[in-house]
Design a protein around this ligand. Structure first.
Ligand code: GDP
Ligand code: IMO
Ligand code: MG
Length: 427
């Protein structure tokens, strides 16, 4: 199975880091690749009780023998990249080999400034971004005024590009947002300061990955963000500015769709969301507080409390469809051990009508009320289970029911954050 995509099937934080780490350690993996987003991601990996969080780096950075790749579709803050690498080294981690695409776009400090002032300007309509400059960096890319990694190695070109990028932005900052203009020289100087350290890592990552696949090597594409945060397929405008769906992997890595063998959707046994935007199964009662507390639902990147709700099978079916999922990895089943009865959203009611599939418009989605089916809980701690058969009957029945309604086979179930706390579901 040479090319495997791991991606988020909900609104992020499903456990993609754990799923990637698991796949990278159970089968020999040659490359672990990020293809979209930037350091807005926060992926947790727990190895031998030690907790690590990766943001811009692929989780493969912790896997000995695997090469980590930041491909062309990622937006790269060199400052965040080196801070993260240095942080891991300071903890004694032997970091894996890292390659960075020459075509990846750069996040400079002005992108984060613009991200934050734009959010403030939006007031109550704000997206609730991570404030990392992701949206403004992708906007520059699409507006064709972006700076790419390769530009950092030519001062003249870099200066021209930063000038072009700041031309309109500075008018906006000074005249609309009442902020000070950003100085081109200071930005160029900062970006140049990363060039020497970055240069040995930079290569044509599309060529590298296609050659690896030609040679029968295994490549794992580690998704960031998630399907419902996709700029095309998510809850626009409450989305990120990239394409975290499976199709985005091909664009973001420069590999063709015919090369992908497996597409694994990571999905929680309930649902969470950070930031603003519609969320039909969101809970505002004691159950929501309990899910948040038992699940430790606090953002890895921003420390924000995650909004919590029950499992939404409409979202799961939608994610299976738009990503062509070959399988699902269901995480955090252990968190549901406290409930006597577990609701699962099987459809929506929209303006008095039952709707079984994701509605076409965001207006309808905003009006969607969950239609629940109830499942018997198991009311016990399952974190010590090490095979699917060890699970209480009601937990097995819950997994089988979710599989039935979610549009893809569930291959694995997480019963805790550790590598060993994963159960393979018999076929
Ligand atoms: P990602 O962004 O998709 O990689 O997910 P995050 O790391 O942001 O959030 C997932 C959280 O759930 C992390 O704290 C993981 O350690 C934890 N986690 C992953 N799988 C499981 C599981 O099966 N059970 C429990 N209890 N925690 C899990
Ligand atoms: P991982 O990879 C959860 C959300 C933000 C905000 C919206 C836009 O850990 O699952 P952005 O800064 O990207 O412009 O913010 O997207 N968001 C995430 N939510 N997990 C993530 O990453 C996220 N990355 C972005 O909270 O609502
Ligand atoms: Mg996360």
């Amino acid at each position: 199975m040479p090319a495997i995509v791991v991606l988020g099937a909900q609104w992020g934080d499903e456990g993609k880091g754990k799923a990637t780490d698991l796949l990278a350690t159970t089968d020999p993996i040659d490359y672990v690749v990020r293809t979209s987003g930037g350091h807005n991601a926060g992926h947790t990996i727990v190895v031998n009780g030690e907790k690590y969080a990766t943001h811009l780096l692929p989780s493969g950075i912790l896997t000995p023998g695997a090469t980590s790749v930041i491909a062309n579709g990622v937006v790269v803050s060199p400052e965040a990249l080196f801070r993260e690498l240095d942080g891991l080294v300071a903890r004694g981690v032997e970091v894996a080999d890292l390659k960075v695409s020459a075509n990846a776009h750069v996040i400079a400090s002005y992108h984060a400034t613009i991200d934050k002032v734009t959010e403030r300007f939006l007031g109550k309509n704000q997206i609730g971004t991570t404030g990392r400059g992701i949206g403004p960096a992708y906007a520059d890319k699409i507006n064709r005024v972006g700076v790419r990694i390769a530009d950092l190695f030519d001062e003249k070109i870099l200066t021209q590009k930063v000038e072009a990028a700041l031309d309109v932005r500075n008018h906006l900052l000074t005249k609309v947002y009442n902020r000070r203009a950003i100085e081109v020289d200071a930005v160029v100087e900062e970006l140049l300061s990363y060039a020497d350290r970055l240069q040995p890592m930079v290569c044509d990552t599309s060529l590298l990955l296609n050659r690896a696949l030609d040679a029968g090597q295994t490549v794992l594409f580690e998704g960031a963000q998630a399907t419902m945060l996709d700029v095309d397929h998510g809850t626009y405008p409450f989305v990120t500015s990239s394409n975290p769906v499976a199709g985005g992997v091909c664009v973001g890595a420069g590999v063709g769709p015919t090369r992908i063998d497996r597409v694994v959707g990571v999905i929680k046994a309930y649902t969470t969301r950070v930031g603003s935007g519609p969320f039909p199964t969101e809970l505002f009662d004691e159950d929501g507080v309990q899910l948040q507390q038992l699940g430790g639902e606090i953002g890895v990147s921003t420390g924000r409390t995650r909004r919590c709700g029950w499992y939404d099978a409409v979202v799961a079916r939608y994610a299976s469809r738009v990503n062509g999922l070959t399988e699902l990895f269901l995480t955090k089943l252990d968190i549901l051990g406290a409930w006597e009865r577990i609701p699962v959203c099987v459809a929506y009611e929209i303006d008095g009508q039952r709707v079984d599939e994701m509605p076409m418009t965001q207006t309808e989605f905003h009006h969607a009320k969950p239609v629940y089916e109830f499942f018997d809980g198991w009311q016990s701690d399952i974190s010590g289970c090490r095979s699917f058969d060890d699970l209480p009957d009601n937990a097995q029945a819950y997994v089988r029911a979710l599989e039935e309604m979610s549009g893809a086979k569930i291959w694995g179930v997480g019963v805790g954050p550790g590598r060993e706390q994963t159960l393979v579901v018999p076929g």
